[in-house]
Write a protein of this length. Structure first.
Length: 228
């Protein structure tokens, strides 16, 4: 007999098809995973990079903003929201998520244990909307935008998201930021071209912070500041 059994295949907990394609929640061992249109998005294995996304944006803000407002683009498995809500310095926290299924998995589904406390926080608001459209049409401004809706500027989940990283999309990001506000974009790999695009879009203090991973290239957070 073999010394060990082969790993169990993932179990699909929910599968839905909406206006942006298919989104799947599955369990693989102890992990919960979100798959969108056949592309792995994220799982509950770690959360370091999601927490860094929030912390790096906060660290870039001047200390004279004691209760800065935050927009999180993408609810995902809830690591970013949970970490922001666990940070007393943040003020208003808005999460924009276009997939109703993901919102429901958090409200009363398998992902609720990860986000229940954050969702109950009076600072938190969930907006069901397409992030790109929201950035172009909303009138509210924020001190920080933390965006995690793709695997990065060079690896988008849907073609619609490409426009977020274009000059027009970054102009919309700038319009939603207060002067001196911070844009932070999560990516599964560095993108030197995106750094140049950020500078050309009028952002300053552009830099990339790496998050080491067990194997392969590091995750990164692209950071940029709107001129005051």
């Amino acid at each position: 007999m073999p010394d060990s059994l082969p790993p169990e295949p993932p179990t699909v907990l929910d599968r839905r098809t909406g206006p942006h394609g298919e989104v799947v929640l599955r369990r693989h061992g102890d992990l919960l995973q979100i798959i969108a249109n056949g592309t792995f998005l994220m799982d509950t294995s770690d959360g370091r990079s999601e927490r860094l996304l929030i912390d790096a944006a906060l660290a870039e803000l001047p200390p004279d903003r004691p209760r800065p407002s935050l927009l999180i683009g993408g609810l995902g498995v809830g690591f970013s929201l949970a970490h922001a809500a666990n940070t007393p310095r943040w003020g208003r926290i808005t999460v924009v998520e276009r997939e109703r299924a993901i919102i429901e998995w958090h409200l009363d589904g398998p992902l609720r244990p990860l986000s229940a406390e954050a969702l109950d926080d009076p600072r938190t608001e969930i907006v069901e909307a397409d992030l790109v459209r929201h950035l172009h049409t909303a009138s509210t401004t924020y001190d920080a935008l933390c965006l995690d809706i793709d695997n990065g500027p060079d690896w988008t989940v849907t073609e619609d998201n490409d426009s977020l990283y274009s000059p027009a999309g970054l102009a919309a990001c700038r319009a939603r930021l207060t002067p001196g506000g911070v844009l932070a974009v999560w990516s599964a790999q560095p993108s030197a071209n995106f750094e140049g695009t950020l500078r050309n879009a009028g952002f300053r203090a552009v830099r990339t912070e790496e998050i080491p991973v067990v194997r392969g290239v590091p995750d990164v957070v692209h950071l940029a500041v709107r001129a005051a």
